[in-house]
Write a protein that binds this ligand. Structure first.
Ligand code: NAP
Length: 542
């Protein structure tokens, strides 16, 4: 279920939020602590239940400052308010499902006990919550068990934890799967002896690294996933949340379930990647029960454990992990393919074995795509090379003997230079740091004619011998630094083809100058789409 957390400070504001996202949520959470005091008073004294809350299940949450909320007052007052609110409105609201979020430490509090009893009297359910803001506990299953056992039978445990990195995410996902599998069935304290344990639990990974738990809630068995509306001065109610429309439409949350295949992108940062929009739309178009999720990743070996845990079928790889993932395949090649290589973080951890890699991946030393073969082994590819060449070849079909200047000598430049040399072009690499350009040229010298220079006016004579095509591969001119121009010292003649691989903004200062001079311009969007389409074809094979 997509839970929409209502964060407005007035009841009118709440109503407007509901209207803005109508159709994109399955359950609402009213954050009483975020309402103004006078609005809380109004709500508890109003005889009619609020119209926006009718027809949909509702969670009432009155969060303390210490649990990430806004209430800094007396706890008895807070809990008594909840009892009064349920008394006032339960009859009107309970038909659709009414839930009360109560923290585990108020289980023995008189007012907390009373709030739970009042809710139970009207058929409401209790969500028994705990928030851990500084870490993911060592044993999340033990915490879930505590939460499920501390109150009345049938309560729904909710554990929200800070995910500090990939290793925390592995631990949390492993716990969620274990909970769902009922590893500890019988000793959870809920359901009573001999009865099947109620497996409902809410598991939330907070922060960027926890983001996958929000989208994958139906896959890892979390009862619901929270979403909120971004607002000025604060992106979302909790870090890592997204809005209900993105959940419903971009990630097709309601079509996800325990058998949904998982794909994704690893990088850091990666939450603003455009790849999820592309690949989820492709899965939707093809009618495939699959989802593509960004995995902010700070520990590549840990992610490989996650691949095993979630049976991840394929991933895109982006900055800064392309080289490290390529190393899996280089090491496997050295040791003989098909062996599980690379050190996983936990000794003896279950990780998928490494299989074949494409020629481009091994030549460029960067991997941007990993899929599973029929035996579950990892297969590596680099679609940046073909993704770069495709839009160029549609304009310049024959690259042989063309003089090309590549600006930059980073990861993207490696794929570009390899693609150009393999096509017979003469290449000049210009880079701010000369020795990186020289080392790239030296490494690829056996593939064709390639020279290096510094990114400065002194390189103009060499540039003029390589100006049929100019390829801009640095991050200079990208948002937010859109006034920057890496080739300010060069004046276009108008006969050049300029290929700019940056796609935000779509028109960089360099692109504007080239267009003004009458050059043919290829934008980074085309390369992005071409490499993503090739990835999508690879995903279709797995
Ligand atoms: P990278 O490995 O970090 O390389 C960055 C390059 O930019 C290096 O050559 C670096 O020069 C140069 N650079 C950075 N700041 C500079 C400055 N102020 N002045 C001059 N040169 C500067 O990054 P990458 O993986 O190659 O990616 C580069 C860009 O390509 C990114 O913007 C990325 O989004 C884009 N890209 C687009 C696509 C697509 O599909 N369209 C695909 C891949 C990449 P030094 O060596 O001197 O540091």
């Amino acid at each position: 279920m997509i839970c929409f957390t209502l964060s407005a400070d007035t009841l009118e504001g709440v109503s407007a939020q509901v209207n803005r996202y109508r159709g994109c949520f399955d359950i609402l959470e009213l954050r009483l602590d975020l309402l103004r005091q006078d609005e809380r008073e109004r709500l508890v004294h109003d005889t009619a239940s609020p119209a926006w809350a009718i027809g949909v299940p509702l969670i009432l949450t009155f969060r303390r400052l210490s649990d990430g909320g806004a209430w800094n007052g007396d706890d008895t007052e807070r809990l008594n308010y909840l009892s009064a609110l349920v008394e006032q409105h339960a009859e009107g609201l309970v038909g659709e499902g009414l839930f009360l979020d109560l923290e585990d430490d108020v289980v023995a509090h008189d007012a907390g006990r009373k709030a739970a009893d009042v809710a139970a009297r009207y058929g409401g359910e209790i969500i028994r919550s705990r928030h851990v803001f500084d870490r993911t506990p060592e044993d999340p299953v033990a915490v879930l068990r505590e939460l499920a056992g501390c109150g009345d039978p049938g309560e729904i445990p909710k554990l929200a934890v800070q995910v500090r990195g990939s290793r925390d995410l592995v631990r949390l996902v492993r716990a969620a799967i274990a909970w769902l599998d009922g590893m500890d069935a019988g000793d959870a304290g809920a359901g009573g002896a001999g009865e099947a344990r109620d497996k409902r639990a809410i598991i939330v990974g907070m922060g960027a690294y926890g983001f996958p738990t929000r989208v994958l809630a139906p896959r890892i068995g979390s009862f619901l996933s929270y979403s909120s509306e971004p607002s000025k001065g604060r992106e979302h109610v909790a870090p890592g949340q997204i809005d209900p429309r993105s959940m419903a439409e971009l990630y097709r949350y309601r079509s996800l379930g325990p058998t949904t295949e998982v794909f994704g992108i690893i990088g850091n940062p990666v939450l603003h990647s455009r790849s999820p929009a592309f690949h989820n739309a492709e899965f939707d178009r093809k009618g495939r029960n699959a989802v593509y999720v960004p995995f902010p990743t700070d520990d590549v070996p840990a992610f490989r454990e996650l691949m095993a845990l979630l049976h991840i079928r394929g991933v895109s790889v982006t900055i800064p992990h392309k080289e490290m993932v390529a190393d899996w395949f280089r090491a496997a090649g050295a040791e003989g393919a098909s062996r599980a290589v690379g050190t996983a973080g936990d000794p003896g951890a279950d990780v998928p074995a490494v299989g074949e890699a494409s020629t481009e991946l091994l030549a460029v030393g960067a991997c941007n795509t990993v899929i599973r073969d029929a035996d579950g082994r990892l297969v590596g590819a680099n679609t940046d090379v073909a993704g770069f060449l495709e839009p160029l070849r549609s304009r310049v079909p024959e690259l042989r003997d063309r003089g090309v200047t590549v600006i930059g000598a980073g990861g993207a430049a490696r794929a570009v230079v390899y693609g150009l040399l393999s096509s017979g072009a003469r290449v000049l690499v210009l880079n701010r740091t000369l020795h990186r350009a020289e080392s790239l040229a030296g490494e690829y010298a056996k593939l064709g004619q390639v020279t290096a220079g510094a990114l400065e006016p002194g390189s103009l004579p060499a540039l003029r011998l390589h100006n049929d095509i100019l390829v801009q591969t640095t991050s200079v001119g990208m948002q937010p630094d859109t006034d920057a121009d890496p080739l300010a010292f060069y004046e276009f003649a108008g006969t050049e083809v300029l290929y700019e691989i940056i796609y935000t903004p779509p028109v960089t200062r360099l692109v504007a100058r080239a267009k003004e001079a009458g050059c043919l311009v290829i934008g980074g969007e085309e390369m992005f789409l071409a490499q993503a389409k090739l990835q999508s074809d690879l995903f279709a094979q797995t």
